[in-house]
Design a protein. Structure first.
Length: 216
């Protein structure tokens, strides 16, 4: 069977995210055993990598078994991967903040991060519900269309991304007070923002336009 562009993308995802999942699991075991709240970021990172592997695997499985269930599973993991990626990024910022707050008190309160984490979690549930509804429609012969739940979840992701940008900018102004390892982590998040913006832009177009080049 001829490979489609999506099949090739799934293969690339497997090649990249399979070792990334193992590495992120190593980070979880190494850091999270310390029991500190700041280490939860590595758990989010592992979950995101695991989701991407599952998405790629289900996408490749459709080559041999092209069923609605498998296509629906691939769509499900693809959609929840967006808020999961933002949640992992937000978790890394939370880690930087905890270290920064020890050396230089800021106006940002610890409970802000706990509160701002909720929209990402709601977005995951909303995108999962939307993907489930779309799969149910596809099984009845209806053409796939993004559900309202999916649009709500992606809208929450857009708002969450804007919050991440604002928090990153605020922390960059005080990064001299952070430890060197945390500064490297903050710089890594900063460098990833343009790529996150591109990913978010494509997702928004795919969900809200859903035709032509941006058809889901």
């Amino acid at each position: 069977m001829t490979l489609t562009s999506r099949n090739v993308l799934s293969i690339i995802e497997c090649i990249f995210y399979a070792p990334a999942t193992v590495f992120s699991l190593f980070l979880c075991i190494r850091h999270c055993c310390r029991g500190q709240r700041s280490q939860i970021a590595w758990v989010f990172l592992y979950i995101y990598c695991h989701i991407r592997v599952a998405e790629a695997a289900s996408g490749l499985a459709t080559i041999t078994f092209p069923s609605v269930a498998l296509y629906g599973t691939s769509i499900l993991f693809s959609l929840i991967g967006v808020p999961a990626l933002l949640l992992a990024t937000f978790g890394l910022l939370n880690r930087v903040y905890i270290n920064l707050a020890k050396n230089h008190p800021t106006r940002i309160k610890p409970w802000y991060f706990s509160l701002l984490q909720i929209p990402f979690q709601v977005a995951i549930g909303s995108c999962a519900k939307g993907a489930s509804n779309s799969t149910a429609d596809a099984s009845d012969g209806t053409i796939y269309r993004p559900q309202t739940c999916t649009k709500v979840g992606i809208t929450l992701c857009v708002v969450g991304f804007m919050v991440i940008v604002i928090l990153t900018g605020a922390m960059l102004r005080r990064q001299s007070h952070a430890e060197i390892n945390e500064r490297r982590l903050l710089n890594s998040v900063t460098l990833s923002l343009p790529f996150l913006f591109i990913r978010m832009s494509y997702t928004v177009l795919a969900i809200f336009v859903n035709r032509g080049l941006f058809e889901s």
